[in-house]
Design a protein. Structure first.
Lengths: 111, 115
């Protein structure tokens, strides 16, 4: 299982773009990169998933360079409600596979 | 939007007692999971369940734990003889079969407090 490294915490202000970079140097060919968000006392929530290049949805963008050894989650124009822990997960997305969570990045959005 | 539902939201139990945590996964999902999160720590995988049997379990999921899908809709986690260190948030999750996105949907969790 590919190990991931991401910053422990980040502070931002409302309206700014937040970029969280995750390192996964030993990512395997079959591995996908998935990001989850967790608010206090709630279960994790899927944000975005990608394999290479760029993926964008209504919530975030995910940038993955050609070597796939890192990825960056970009949250555009954050609001106070985006304060949460963001987890980068790497693994084979075969159905039924467990998710292995690391420590995540605690993002604090200030007014 | 369909969601995973867990009950109760908070359970307080005495050490040594048995508890059953309940989950109603999303109806067309076929993979089910339990995770736990001790306060201030990582979300940890406990067990996955497919086709009415355990497909994978972690070292945490020892003989005091069991899972069951008794009636085709509920998915339960039983903890026999609870210990103080079992105090944690327990999250149920479910996922679709052969879904190209393999996204797991988590419930809101049950906070278990063992006293």
């Amino acid at each position: 299982l590919a190990k991931t490294t991401q910053p422990i915490s980040m502070d931002s202000y409302e309206g700014q773009e937040v970029n969280i970079t995750c390192s996964h140097n030993n990512i395997a060919t079959n591995d996908y990169i998935t990001w989850y968000q967790q608010f206090p006392s709630q279960g994790p929530r899927f944000i975005i998933q990608g394999y290479k290049t760029k993926v964008t949805n209504e919530v975030a963008s995910l940038f993955i360079p050609a070597d796939r050894k890192s990825s960056t989650l970009s949250l555009p124009r954050v609001s106070l409600s985006d304060t949460a822990v963001y987890y980068c997960l790497v693994g084979d997305k075969a159905a039924g596979n467990k998710l292995t969570f690391g420590g995540g990045t605690r993002v604090l959005v200030k007014p | 939007e369909p969601e995973v539902t867990q009950t109760p939201s908070h359970q307080v139990t005495q050490m040594g007692q048995e508890v059953i945590l309940r989950c109603v996964p999303i109806s067309n999902h076929l993979y089910f999971y339990w995770y736990r999160q001790i306060l201030g720590q990582k979300v940890e995988f406990l067990v996955s369940f497919y086709n009415n049997e355990i497909s994978e379990k972690s070292e945490i999921f020892d003989d005091q734990f069991s899972v069951e899908r008794p009636d085709g809709s509920n998915f339960t986690l039983k903890i026999r003889s609870t210990k103080l260190e079992d105090s944690a948030m327990y999250f149920c999750a479910s996922g679709r079969l052969a879904d190209i996105n393999s996204e797991a949907f988590f419930g809101q969790g049950t906070r278990l407090t063992v006293v």
